[in-house]
Design a protein. Structure first.
Length: 177
């Protein structure tokens, strides 16, 4: 999948960074995932992602920890998102016709959810991250501003623009193209 093989020097650099940052990254991932074993998985997946990409060659900078923490954070968010989606899928299996509606309704809601997610992915990472934190994880705008390096006003603007964009996409109009 990744066509750029790592140089021997990049592999050595990555191994040294693993030894140096492993404990800090596990602690960081543990605060996000609230589970030591999941945190270890996230850190290992993060290094595997770097190992499979030419990004490892960029670790020669003065502050490689920023890249490591960004990749680890997003890996943790992916793990949380996957767990949440799996939990939703398991919960929906137990729904009766009275609680969740007809099976066709459940499928239609799931397809609508997938359409919204696909629309958000078309907006860009910042909008996607804000909307996932807002509507999947239930954070309010202030909490999102505290979590991400953007102001409260920008979070509100992102939410407003993303809602409008998704509504337009679902109506069949793509004004941003």
């Amino acid at each position: 999948m990744y066509s750029t093989p790592l140089s021997a020097e990049a592999k050595l650099k990555l191994e040294a960074l693993y030894v140096k940052y492993h404990a800090r990254l596990i602690k960081y991932a543990g605060t996000i995932l609230q589970n030591r074993y999941s945190a270890e998985d996230a850190v290992h997946q993060s290094f595997a992602k770097l190992l499979g990409r030419a990004a490892a060659d960029r670790l020669n900078g003065a502050e490689p920890d920023a890249l490591l923490f960004i990749v680890t954070k997003h890996t943790c968010l992916d793990i949380l998102r996957t767990k949440r989606m799996n939990n939703k899928a398991l919960d929906s299996l137990g729904e009766t016709s009275e609680e969740g509606g007809l099976p066709e309704d459940i499928i239609a809601r799931r397809e609508s959810y997938d359409e919204v997610v696909q629309s958000l992915k078309g907006m860009g990472e910042n909008y996607y991250n804000v909307m996932v934190l807002r509507y999947v994880y239930g954070f309010n705008e202030r909490e999102i501003a505290d979590l991400l390096p953007i102001s409260y006003e920008n979070v509100r603007a992102c939410v407003h623009r993303a809602k409008k964009y998704v509504a337009d996409k679902l109506r069949g109009r793509d004004d941003r193209a």
